[in-house]
Design a protein around this ligand. Structure first.
Ligand code: MSP
Length: 655
């Protein structure tokens, strides 16, 4: 099978940020995943280099557009390897073959009568580089750029997009997978329920020269979208390239919601006019905000992927972006969220599992994968095998559906199971009893083979970490060329394989001002010898990052009775509470979407009573209400307040 996956080609008026990185990591992960499925893959990204925005950016730097686009395009190209992104093809709209193809296509569409010349006047938004319809304006402004569009009246060339409206509606309706997730498909169908206007596809040279000249009228250059979308064909050799049909028949585009209309409406109608079959699938994701705020240069909160990689490493960045965002929904980036995923999902869960399992294989089997002792296989082992095979199946379904967060969830369920498998089977206990030697070997084999499967499925998401895992498992060559079909099942780890325990995969991130843990003994760095006996019982517990009893005691938790609760104007998530704990105090709690004020009065909840006061929407909050948060597979959150199980006086200390 073949896969052809593309990202948008990015405008070179800005340097790459995590939004660009996210889309490109998605395409890279999918490309690696399809390779794992045995496909021949073509993954294309690139840069979009014509148009007014680029001219303005070059002017801002005092250099020519050509010099400017070369520089920024290069910085996109140079950014990707640092993120383990490996496109097969990097296209630029200033490439000679692309310019020629755009002109050939324009000529063909013109010759067949789908391009005509006409007068037009309308609201032109420079940010969008297009005319906006009356309906699109909000308070007379472009909703995306918050600027009042210019009233422009000029003669231009138009593409007969309206001619293909019925065909497009029919195509989208009869191909439910054409645009996913469904909300974007519905958005497009709703837009198409109104008459479609023709598309203005030229700009007079008097206004713009940095573009591809129309082949049939040298006084005009083509509109940036007509130029840009065609990149998806240029890259695979349309019309006569030897592999064109093979790639185009499986074409999949990944974009964010900002460019849905050009991809879901302009592009398929252009293809239909050209006599080229529509692409197969359009995958649309949401937007990354930063700390709940839109990312923007003027706010100064733009996150550069290179800086993140430098601080946290490439695997953490890729994992975080793929795990944190439910594909299709918006998500908020914060370093706290990234650090928390690094420490909990990567250091504690998968990192710890690898180091515990490899340490035990070293200690009890001299780092050589033992043979299973069939007589000692238990029902619990069989449950684990079923879970591992179900993980591969669920992961495959989710990856094919672009539900990366779900694919990772299914892997992490098994990681949790394996960590519990170690605890319940306690190999350190089995090792003490010579009669249990067979069972010990079985347990160790199960661990080694499970790690191999994890290294296999994690490869598309975290290629560098997966390589380290494969080396540690003595499977570097095997896993580098493995396919899911051949290797994605239980029991493929050859007994006798020599393992190598390397460095920790994901060392915990140290808190910036971390206090030295006191009292509780047995931390890392304590000599092995002096405490041989105790270590034997719990050899693999990593004390790093745990807190002492005293540290926990610093947090003052108290029972508080809610006396009043009210909504706060203009803050749809917040409620203002007055509580007794035992003295009265005011709290602001982010629970308004989950509780109505009248349900809260009289409830006894748990609060952090010694938190420094903070001002929220002008109200000073003297503490924090505790609640448990659950996030379902689609990213929907549910909050449930922490309460006490019996009646107790307000103000009672919780410890
Ligand atoms: N040049 C056009 C695309 C032409 S494709 C034929 C363009 N370029 S862009 O540089 O503005 O890139 C837009 C794309 O960048 C989005 O669709 C998305 O892939 C990515 N993102 C930019 N900002 C983003 C976020 N804040 N969050 C997520 N992705 C974002 O439009």
């Amino acid at each position: 099978m073949t896969t052809y996956i593309t990202t948008p080609i990015y405008y070179v008026n800005a340097m790459p940020h995590i939004g660009h990185a996210y889309t490109t990591i998605i395409a890279d992960t999918y490309s690696r995943f399809r390779c794992l499925c045995g496909d021949e893959v073509c993954f294309q990204t690139g840069t979009d280099e014509h148009g007014e925005k680029i001219v303005q950016a070059a002017e801002g730097e005092g250099i020519s557009p050509r010099e400017y686009v070369d520089r920024i395009s290069d910085s996109f190209r140079q950014t990707w390897p640092g993120l383990d992104i490996a496109p097969d093809h990097f296209i630029r709209t200033t490439d000679a073959d692309h310019i020629k193809l755009v002109q050939d296509i324009l000529q063909k569409v013109y010759d067949q009568g789908d391009i005509y010349f006409s007068e037009y006047s309308g609201h032109y938004c420079k940010g969008c580089e297009r005319f906006l319809t009356e309906k699109e304006l909000v308070d007379g402004k472009c909703p995306d750029h918050q600027t009042v569009p210019e009233e422009i009246s000029e003669q231009n060339y138009f593409f007969r997009m309206s001619k293909y409206q019925d065909w497009l509606i029919d195509h989208i309706k009869s191909n439910p997978e054409y645009i996913t997730p469904e909300r974007y498909r519905n958005e497009v169908l709703s837009f198409l329920s109104e008459p479609l206007e023709d598309l203005c596809i030229s700009r007079p040279c008097s206004r713009l020269t940095w573009g591809i000249p129309l082949p049939f009228d040298k006084n005009f250059v083509t509109y940036v979208w007509f130029d840009a979308l065609i990149n998806y064909l240029t890259g695979i050799g349309y019309p006569n390239g030897p592999d064109f049909d093979k790639h185009w028949s499986v074409a999949e585009h990944v974009i964010a919601k900002d460019i849905l209309k050009p991809h879901a409406i302009y592009w398929p109608t252009m293809l239909q006019s050209m006599g080229v079959a529509p692409y197969q699938r359009l995958h649309v994701h949401g937007y990354w905000n930063v700390d709940e705020t839109k990312m923007s240069k003027s706010i100064g909160n733009v996150i550069r992927p290179g800086e993140l990689v430098e601080e946290y490493g490439v695997d953490t960045v890729r994992y975080f972006l793929l795990r944190e965002m439910s594909f299709g929904r918006d998500s908020s980036f914060s370093t706290e969220a990234l650090e928390s995923r690094r420490n909990s999902d990567l250091a504690n869960d998968v990192g710890n599992l690898f180091s515990r399992a490899l340490t035990m294989l070293a200690k009890y089997a001299d780092s050589i994968v033992p043979e299973i002792d069939k007589a000692t296989v238990t029902e619990e082992d069989r449950v684990l095998v079923d879970a591992l095979e179900k993980m591969v199946a669920d992961y495959t379904t989710a990856m094919n559906a672009f539900e990366f967060h779900k694919a990772l969830q299914s892997i992490w369920e098994v990681i949790g199971m394996l960590n519990r498998f170690i605890v319940t089977n306690a190999p350190w206990e089995l090792a003490k009893d010579p009669d249990q030697a067979g069972r010990l070997n079985t347990v160790l084999y199960f661990l080694a083979d499970s790690l191999r499967l994890l290294a296999l499925v994690l490869r598309p998401v975290m290629p560098t970490a997966a390589d380290k895992m494969a080396v540690a498992l003595g499977q570097a060559d095997e896993l580098a060329k493995a396919t899911l079909e051949e290797e994605g099942c239980w029991g493929r780890m050859p007994a006798g394989t020599v393992l190598h325990q390397g460095e920790a995969l994901f060392p915990r991130l140290e808190k910036k001002k971390k206090q030295q843990p006191q009292a509780q003994t047995q931390g890392k760095g304590q000599g092995k010898k002096g405490q041989a006996k105790k270590k034997e019982a719990e050899p693999e517990i990593d004390m790093e990052g745990l807190i002492t009893f005293e540290q926990f005691g610093e947090v003052e938790l108290r029972v508080a009775e809610i006396v009043t609760a009210e909504k706060i104007k203009k803050a749809n998530k917040l409620l203002k509470l007055t509580v007794k704990a035992p003295e009265e105090r005011t709290l602001v709690a982010g629970i308004a979407l989950h509780y109505s004020p009248e349900d809260l009065v009289g409830k006894k909840v748990i609060i952090v009573a010694n938190l420094k006061p903070a001002k929220l929407m002008g109200i000073t909050s003297q503490g924090m209400v505790l609640a448990a948060k659950e996030t379902d597979a689609d990213g929907n959150e549910r909050l449930v307040l922490s309460t006490v199980a019996g009646d107790i006086a307000p103000g009672s200390r919780v410890a």
